[in-house]
Design a protein. Structure first.
Length: 181
């Protein structure tokens, strides 16, 4: 493929990606804050479910085990079992799992508190975060879908999955005192 045709191909793929993202983001238009939050949580569950289906169908993970995994534990599973995928999947899983955890555990509580204290002005920051995270999620999900559709997702791209936070090892108390165990 010539440099010129490769550039046109990449531009066409990029346009398709953003068209797909834009189409999905229209679901948020005209919705209240809570409705947008609900759409975000539904879409993140759809992304998670798609990844679980991959584990079941492509990597023979038992359905019961896959059902217990969340986005972060899916990335840990990839790391532990040396499942190779496109590097963008690893980046997206890291980012989206962190955002999803924030959305599920603290976002609504903080938004409610801020709303009662600062009113509509305070809610502006939460709308901004929700809009940005919705865009990030849709971009990640559409990248995943396009890579999968083109059989480019689960190839060895020379990059291993790494969970962003190293597992903390507690020191052995006996060894720290100079004693052998």
């Amino acid at each position: 493929m010539s440099k010129k045709s490769k550039k046109k191909h990449n531009e066409a793929e990029n346009k398709e990606l953003w068209d797909r993202v834009g189409k999905e983001l229209k679901a948020y238009d005209g919705k209240s804050f809570l409705e947008q939050y609900g759409i975000y949580m539904l879409r993140v569950q759809m992304y998670e479910l798609s990844l679980k289906q991959d584990l079941i169908e492509l990597f023979d993970v038992p359905e019961e085990k896959a059902d217990r995994l969340n986005l972060a534990s899916i990335l840990r599973y990839y790391e532990k079992n040396d499942i190779r995928a496109h590097p963008i999947l690893y980046v997206n899983l890291t980012e989206i799992s962190q955002q999803r955890n924030s959305m599920a555990h603290e976002f609504l509580a903080l938004a409610g508190t801020t709303s009662s204290i600062a009113g509509e002005l305070g809610m502006h920051f939460f709308y901004k975060d929700l809009n940005r995270w919705s865009l990030d999620l849709e971009l990640a999900f559409q990248q995943y879908l396009m890579l999968k559709e083109n059989d480019m997702l689960y190839k060895d791209w020379g990059v291993k999955a790494t969970f962003p936070y190293p597992k903390y090892e507690f020191p052995d108390e006996n060894k720290s005192k100079g004693e052998e165990s």
